[in-house]
Design a protein around this ligand. Sequence first.
Ligand code: HDE
Length: 737
Amino acid sequence: MFSKSTSDPDPLVPGAPAPQAPELAEPTEPRDPLPPKPDQDGPETVTATGVATGAPKSSTSQSGKFLTTAQGARLRDTDHSLKAGPRGPVLLQDHHLREKITHFDHERIPERVVHARGAAAHGVFTANGTAEGVTQAGFLAKGVETPVFVRFSTVLGSRGSADTVRDTRGFSTKFYTAEGNYDLVGNNIPVFFIQDAIKFPDVIHAGKPHPDREIPQAQSAHDTFWDFVSLHTEAQHHTMWNMSDRGIPRSYRTMEGFGVHTFRLINAAGQTTLVKFHWKPRQGVHSLVWEEAQIINGMDPDFHRRDLADAIEAGAFPQWDLGIQVFPDTEDEMFEGIDLLDPTKLVPEELAPVQVIGTMTLNANVTNYFAETEQVAFHPGHLVPGIDVTNDPLLQGRLFSYIDTQLTRLGGPNFSQIPINRPHAPVNDMLRDGFHQSADHSGVAPYQPNSLDGGCPFMAGADMGALIDVPVEVPAARKVRENPATFDDHYSQARMFFRSLTPVEQDHVVQAYTFELGKCYEENIRLRQLQSLANIDKRLADDVAAGLGLTAPAPALAVADTDPSPALSQLGGTWPVAGRMVGVVADEASDLATVSEVLAALHAEGMVPLVIAPHGGKLGGEITVQRTYLTARSTEFDAVIVAASGAAAPDAADSLDAKAGNPGGHPSLDPRVTLLLAEAFRHAKALGAWGDGGSVLAAAGIPAETPGIVVGGAAEVASGVTALLANHRVWERFPTA
Ligand code: HDE
């Protein structure tokens, strides 16, 4: 299934030298295929009785250099069917034709019913030991390194849908621990739409395209979605997060991740604690702005997928700290008045700080999308000793759903044998046969107890690293279809979230609701959603209503006020600039020596400068052009710099004003360049120009005396833009209400 290791000599060509792995290159440069990654092969094949068969790890993948049939017979022609003469009918006996077409006919498997669109990468998780006091999970002990596979996803869209839609993002991590696979199957939003798994088909049916015309694709801006969430008001908190900038991340690399549910940990002494898991991106938490997201959906629907793969290939490995919020395991499972079993509630970090327990680095791209990203199967029930579930009714339902869906999606019960799903711990189960069985089980007694296989496999003792079902008390109760009263409050945390945002972020929320409800046809649905908004925050409701040309109703109920949680805002703080994309507009007439210096300065900070020029190839025979005026769009860049023309003095700091009256003089003046600059300006990105490059900014209508515009000497521009990028955007340029 995976590429043959390049170090293996070809067995059919005696003495053939082993091909060498290629050097990694810039993502924008053509490259040879990457070498296979060691942990994609999974462990040696092990039989049910624990005997390694010695079979090569990739026994089913490509080997040898000649094209063969699936049975290994070499072929001399794959371009022509076997026919009765050149003009004759095709012969049924052509096995290669039938095998090739039949296999092709069956290449597709059902896409995931949700989270169909995803991108993934390999990496490593290193524990810092902080969690040792609360869990006996071996992979969380100090210094332990665990291979991981992470899949990010959107929720609503089909597999071929665009990346930058407004939606929740999945953030699933498979830890291949020495005690078996542990899956943390989370989202980039810490709460969920519903409190009980029985509502999952309802919320997803409402969010998916309308059943009659199957539109719209991959978005919530339509009647059925708002119909449901305005009626099922426990969804209001999650929906508020979707309408915030969290719904349109800049990159998978700049998303937080959340386990959402509360989990129960158990330490070596048998003591239990309740925890919530958080991933904190070291790159900072950043988002797109809505107009950018919409443009990207057309310009580059693979934007997030490409961004992740390019960053990893360029060596800008994204990193996340894994943290836990720790709560005492009390009988009521409450913390500071918050029901820890209610997945529509978060616990503010100000009340329970996130304690870092380790760091994950994604350092290798997938080799084969289908084999790995498509076939990976996560499950919140894939646990290891020391981590257990709670009675959160949403989590309990998920424990059933994931294995069930894999049976259809991956065609039977043996998907854990697919290399990407194989544990790196020894597997010795008594599961047998079924579709796609690829293990060659030995022994005659796949049952317990037995004597015929010597009693094997054996049960692990309490001190042998076996799974632990924490013996939690179940209070005497009646069988009911009811929620606890503590689940009843649907609004106070939505209010807390909105009021914790800065004015710029609040404005984005207002605009998002106005956009989404503006796409609904039914006025009753808009009004019903406005009622929920009025319950959450009167100003929010009034502003959205004004945009819709409606009047917001009065709040219908009293909602508890809680302290804002500043940690919920994405603004503030400075972040590493490594991996950020900076466009440098230049052409043949530019001051090319200085262009090279600026590119070097940006490179030295770990950024990815991309030269944008009128044509491809090289400028001055030396500087590689990565984007042309035709292929560049502002949305790809975090900042844009315009080079001076060679004629101008490179340090003419006042050139922006000087040239503003005569913009036609600069060779980079082109409507596509001015559009690029105007868009980047509108999206509050840093812009710079040295020398008479400032005249191009002026021609795009960008005033010189505006925050986030750096004009001056080239070195000053490079360092000024770098400093601005650490804040992600020039926030003060956004107009606020
Ligand atoms: Fe999922 N979810 N989910 N979900 N979910 C799936 O499993 C489901 C929920 C999440 O990258 C499916 O393998 C139910 C919450 C992610 O492969 C399916 C409920 C959270 C992924 C399923 C939930 C998630 C899935 C579809 C309500 C965040 C993508 C394909 C009880 C904590 C995993 C699959 C990947 C995928 C069911 C709610 C996250 C159908 C019934 C809450 C990240 O089994």
